[in-house]
Design a binder for this molecule. Sequence first.
Ligand SMILES: [Zn+2]
Ligand SMILES: [Zn+2]
Length: 212
Amino acid sequence: MEIRSRKEALAAGAKFYFTGKPCSKGHVCERYADGGDKGRCRQCAKERVKRALGRYRARHKAKIAADSAAHYQANKAERNAAAAAWRKANPERTRAFTAKWQEVNREEYRKIGREWGQNNKDKMRAQRARRRGSEGFHSEADVLEILKLQRGRCAMPSCRKKLGKYEVDHIVPINGGGSNWRQNIQLLCPRCNASKGARDPLDHSRMLGFLL
Ligand SMILES: [Zn+2]
Ligand SMILES: [Zn+2]
């Protein structure tokens, strides 16, 4: 930094001047040529602002926390979109982050997966069906409606047991080219569902007819 007086700095149109001498706090740095910040050096000015900010934050702690939480909520969609865009633009790093997170949080990850599966049985079935080359989607609401149409009973004609626990069955099995659309869904008691698996899929669906 060039050593010059305040007068010289002002004449040169500069914002700061530098005497090379320490301030009362021992900082050797520039000062405001226009006498700003009460003639403090830049370092002293910076520390003053920091102290003032600290005092302000201490006084308005609750309000700042509330504002920050509100801001966080209000910008949720935007934030998620930005994060999604970043993930799309950085697939490699996203995969690495995800893998790392899953590795570190293995138990948590399994738990989330289990809970998601419990709450999204329809999506799980669609995913399994897709993996086996079948298309279609039926919702949990569809399943409940089918349960009502079956009057709460097992769809197997020879059974018709009142359903407590029920299993979602594809009338024409996925392996036999059946879809995952609701027209191909029936609800069976666990016993009938287990015995159906052993039968020839086409015979079985012929025997049942399309109930719904
Ligand atoms: Zn200072
Ligand atoms: Zn049954």
